[in-house]
Write a protein that binds this ligand. Sequence first.
Ligand SMILES: Nc1nc2c(ncn2[C@@H]2O[C@H](COP(=O)(O)OP(=O)(O)OP(=O)(O)O)[C@@H](O)[C@H]2O)c(=O)[nH]1
Length: 840
Amino acid sequence: MSRHKLIKQLDLEEELDDYDGGALYDNDENQGISPEDQGTFIIAIVNGEYRLRQGTIRVRDVLGPGFEISDARIQESLWYYYYDVEKSVNYLLSEQTSSNTKPKQKGADLKLSAVDGKSDLNCRCHRRWVENDYDLDFGAFNDPDVPIIHSVTGSSYFKPDVMSTFFNDAPWCNIPPGRQGEILIEPLYPPGRLMGGSSFQGDAKVSKLAAIAAARRMKEDARSRSGTVTSSVALLDKLGNKMSLETPNELEMAPKAATVKPLNPVQADTSKTSRKYPVRERGVLNSNTPEDAIPPVESIISERKRDPETFSIPIALPSAFARTILGPSFERAPTSGQDGPPCDLVGSPYHFFFDVADAKMDAFAEPSPDDVVLKAQTSKGTKTTKSGTGDEIRAVTSALGDVAISEAPKYKSKNLDVLAEFKKTQIKPTANFVVIGHVDAGKSTLMGRLLYDLKVVNKRTLDKYRKEAESIGKSSFALAWVLDQGTDERKQGVTIDIGMNNFETDKTAFTILDAPGHRDFIPNMIAGASQADFAVLVIDASTGSFESGLKGQTKEHALLVRSIGVQRIIIAINKLDTLSWSRDRFDEIQQQVSAFLTAAGFQPKNLAFIPCSGLTGENIVDVSTNVKASWYTGPPLISLLESSEPFARALEKPLRLTIDDIFRGGVQNPLSISGRIDAGSVQIGDIVITVPSNETAITKAIEVNSEPSDWAVAGQNVILHLANIDPNYLKTGDVICSLAAPIKPLSIFTMKVLAFEHILPMAVEVHRGRLHAPGRISKLAAVLDKASGKPKEGGKKVRIVKPGSVARVVVEVDEPVPLELGGKVVLRAGGQTVGAGLLE
Ligand SMILES: Nc1nc2c(ncn2[C@@H]2O[C@H](COP(=O)(O)OP(=O)(O)OP(=O)(O)O)[C@@H](O)[C@H]2O)c(=O)[nH]1
């Protein structure tokens, strides 16, 4: 029911007119009220008004016409008794009786002592009455049975001595607003923070982020002071200011340099210390660390030490919680003054840092970095000259002998010749194949069977899947569960995302990319197809299923993989066990599919047909021994897979790796990405750049097929563990490139497209691997001749491209995308694939 309807029902438009809601919402304090809350608020007020009016009428009825009383008085008692008519009447009657017998007295005559509104609630109420010089009804005031008193001005007040019963009649959480303001007690000190103590106020308030930053710095200081790093800011300033991080090896040092911090909080006044440590900011090396943006707690503290008066802030004792957690050092009473930890930090999280840093690590307890250098100079008899640059450098250089930077670069590159390494290792040829086809054609079951028969999956695991599948009434899907690992996939018996698995034969290392067949998950299918070297098209041969599949995703998937660049396709005519291995059916399907695929651009030599049953395992790893299937004399599926051409690795090209997935949160490797290396190579310590965010990252570690490796090359499916990059700059579909030759992201491009549906200038989604970018076809440049690839006669005046035609179109995307010349792209609109092709 809408708000307006409700108000109408109450017939209270008048009340609404009188109510100045606008003024209320103009008030700053109420700017945060949502429209819904405003509605509720208005209704609450209107309801209250309504109940007051109704109550007034009923009270008057009960009191009778002879009882002289104002509406306001009745409504006050109704308000107090929470619209209870009976209580209000009783009260008004008793009030009338007492006012007839007891004299009134002026409030100004009232003498009250100990008026201290901060601590004594009763006195606070008294003070208010005295200050306002209200006329009070002292008869009622002295009567313990009367909880409320009235001034002669008509206002009501609650008696202080009945405060203990003040809320007795009020429902919890629904205390009338008029009774809330009077009992507010201002806190004596600022609200407690994490450890329950006080904290800074006003401008000096420190954010949680600053607290974390302070904690981190303190930890680093503590580490550096324990002797591992004896380098200094001054020394690095002398030498390191001139550091430029143009080369990867130098950049490697950046994080280490940045870990060398000022030795104590006072020194950390960033306005004075010029830090020149280069850090990355959106892919650019510059001299401002992100920490500079965080209000440094040390600088606040040093300010406080210098000018304690400005920062004289009320102090609270540490809370019991803080004392319990942090022990007896927190027991001491807070102090003020310049020495020791800032008094107002006692009991706050920051105090802990001071306890450690100030008490245990006096900033000047050890020689300063400059002292180290001077000592070194003296001990080696070197003289510093004022202007002799060479001497100065020599002095500093000799001092370096005393400076032990114990932290070795963490992700040191072995500077391997990766291509030579690759040639040496004699890795098996690898091949990725995508399994495509209409929904429920039996793709996952077929692959599950293949892995089971190859002993990649053991019997125990399969028995477990069988049991679990049976328990949810999906026993026929047990083999499919080898690939379908998601809970939803298993519950629904439908593949949703690409299922990946690896297996090896004597000749080749394969990666299976099991695509979802359902039309809703075509974008995921595209992601799998774009990583594939060849495809296995699974067709459900059973009656009616083949026909509906051909109209559906059998056709769409085949066209898609072809447009993406797949040239070889194995067609598994599946579920022949349901047709008693009918050769006729097999021949019929082979004929139709062959005609369609050659029309779609596949060469007949690149097509291979096989009759099979994933469920029974016939013709998968071994040739069927079934007599009914004896008409098939060809090889089993595994042999067809092995006979695929080895993937031609683009080893010499710059690194390209499309991010397939991003993993966050591991302790050792907080940020990792997975994907297939399309081109080039990568090794540990390499600096890579992500496109389109243009962020650099260090390759911390590499995994190839779940095994750690120092390097990886094109064609391998890898996990890269990255460092020195904010995960927010990474998303699936982005491309990891070599620093030397990154992709230039495109906002507009021309492509040659095979139309699946009618194409006109229209909004589309651009798909490439996991990349999905909204955009539009802004221009139809020409319709092309399929054979020659040249514009057809009159093909330049094109308004619409028919399905099956090839056209040149201009595509614009909302955000720049990492696409390159020759890149394969799919265009979809309204949940349908409208075309696919390559960038020109
Ligand atoms: N009789 C018979 N049934 C099969 C065969 N292969 C698969 N099935 C059944 O077909 C159903 C679907 O199998 P899936 O392997 O999930 O099919 P899919 O193509 O992977 O399905 P999506 O990935 O969701 O498109 C299951 O009930 C399987 O048991 C087969 O060779 N013979």
